[in-house]
Design a protein around this ligand. Structure first.
Ligand SMILES: [Zn+2]
Ligand SMILES: [Zn+2]
Length: 363
């Protein structure tokens, strides 16, 4: 049999856009679909022709080859198998007939979950509540009112199997393979077979999550109409800022104020951590800005080592001095030898050794 030109088959020009091509194909597919033309072999043949033409022309690479080779063109040197074509067309036509293909997954849902830094750092469990589409229990997801809502499908006599040989489905097209028709809709779901319900889930928040971390809960999204599996629930993490800690990856940063005397003489300092408090030993003569690293006291991580806690001590310069305190500090200052402030001593020495600044009048 001589093959007809693909463009002529689809009734489009050789410069047709992909969008118009798709529109033309869908229109013809609706017209000649075997389910709509049972027992009409001509329609089936035409439908295959349309499908093959669309399969080639909708693929830019194949279309370019076809434009070059014309009637000599064969996909991979041979015509497509019926299985290839069926799979391709089923995809291209999904949803065209106003019903989802059986097996289509339900809608994925999103939920933003806010946790504290402590919860993110140690891991936790959270209870969340969300609305999702679930199967109606009253009608067992059939959409038919229990007892009175079903009537055996006359087309397949209740078997659910197609009586005629079909190109695309072996189940009965009239009842979608269910074997019955809904004659009275379920009062609870109004015939949808699914309904919105509020559900509670316990979500395990693994240690180490950050703002933007996504947790996927398989099957906790909405159920589809029909017999497909439920979608997934994507939980988007939002970790609150903390009053004391700053975070970088799994490491935590903290500033701890230290008195002048503590920094000079040394001290034991109590510092907060994610899970309570700990004490660090600040040795005598610790300069302001010195960082103490507490290994493993940062955020825990579900996989991998915990981070560190970096404690930066900052000397708080005394203010609001009483006259007595002022006198005591003056006395201290006088009592301290030059070696007590090596930096300041070097500074003074350098300045004294230099010639005085040049005044503007000399320039
Ligand atoms: Zn129902
Ligand atoms: Zn049927």
């Amino acid at each position: 049999m001589a093959r007809r030109d693909y463009y002529i088959v689809l009734g489009v020009s050789r410069t047709v856009s992909q969008e118009d091509l798709k529109r033309a194909f869908r229109g013809l597919a609706l017209q000649y679909h075997p389910d709509r033309n049972p027992d009409d072999p001509d329609a089936t043949r035409r439908f295959r022709e349309i499908s093959e033409a669309y399969q080639v022309l909708s693929d830019p690479e194949q279309r370019a080859r076809y434009d070059k080779l014309g009637p000599l063109f064969r996909m991979d040197g041979r015509p497509p198998t019926p299985e290839d074509l069926n799979a391709f067309v089923a995809d291209a036509l999904a949803g065209l007939f106003g019903r989802r293909r059986p097996g289509d997954k339900g809608e994925d849902l999103k939920y933003t979950l806010t946790v504290t830094l402590e919860e993110a750092g140690l891991g936790t469990h959270k209870e969340i509540e969300l609305r999702r589409r679930v199967p109606c229990t009253r009608c067992e997801a059939t959409g038919a009112e229990p007892g009175v809502g079903r009537s055996p499908c006359p087309a397949c006599e209740g078997s659910g199997k197609s009586q005629a040989r079909r190109l695309f489905r072996s189940e009965c097209p009239r009842c979608d393979g269910r074997g019955f028709l809904v004659v009275e809709k379920c009062k609870r779901c109004e015939g949808a077979g699914v309904r919105d319900d509020t559900e509670r889930f316990r979500v395990r928040v693994p240690a180490g999550v950050a703002t933007g971390t996504k947790l996927k809960l398989r099957g906790k999204g909405s159920f589809p109409r029909g017999d497909g599996p439920p979608g997934d629930l994507v939980v988007l993490m939002d970790v609150e800022d903390h009053a004391l800690f700053r975070r970088r990856g799994a490491d935590l940063f903290l500033e701890a104020p230290l008195t002048y005397a503590e920094a000079t003489l040394g001290t034991e300092l109590t510092v907060p951590t994610l899970d309570g408090q700990t004490r660090i030993r600040v040795p005598a003569g610790s300069p302001s800005g010195k960082i103490f690293r507490l290994s493993g006291r940062g955020l825990h991580q579900d996989r991998g080592k915990p981070g560190d806690l970096h404690v930066k001590v900052v000397v708080e310069v005394p203010t609001n001095l009483s006259p007595a305190a002022r006198r005591a500090l003056d006395a201290l200052q006088a009592a301290l030898p030059a070696q007590a402030h090596p930096g300041r001593s070097a500074w003074d020495a350098a300045l004294l050794g230099r010639s005085p600044p040049v005044s503007a009048a000399d320039a």
